[in-house]
Design a protein around this ligand. Sequence first.
Ligand SMILES: [Cu+2]
Ligand SMILES: [Zn+2]
Length: 165
Amino acid sequence: MPQNELTPAMAFTGLLLQNHPDAIAWISGDATDSTLNGSVKFYQTSYGGILVEAQIFGLPDISVPGSSNFYAMHIHESGDCSDHFSHTGLHYNPGNTDHPDHAGDMPPLLGNQGYAFSVFYDKRFTLQDIIGRSVIIHEKPDDFTSQPAGNAGNKIGCGRIERFV
Ligand SMILES: [Cu+2]
Ligand SMILES: [Zn+2]
């Protein structure tokens, strides 16, 4: 591709710089991961898909020098983060397919001594599909094989997806 051609990445970067997403989930940890916090932002794009930006602080291995670990991240059916995230349901899966073909399956976070920053383009869902649902972060990576949830372990962070106003 010629260097002067407009790529999707250029448009995406512009969206991120505006810092005005169309929807946002403020992520909080549970009692056992009380330092975990951050945001997952969703931007509508002109390419039909959604740009997702996640920034998370306080992942479990924050105090382990040099740590760099994967944490599963999914959109779950329900946006109710109460009672230790026990009401969030399964992965958002309108097509009733096997994992990891759920619309709510997303790339794992790469935690770097407790901090993760990730941006990706996702065409599995629309904004309307996910408002009122939750973003869940798990203690382990997703194996993208086990049914129905990738053997990702406990839920350590949760945030309800809301329209950004
Ligand atoms: Cu999950
Ligand atoms: Zn899944």
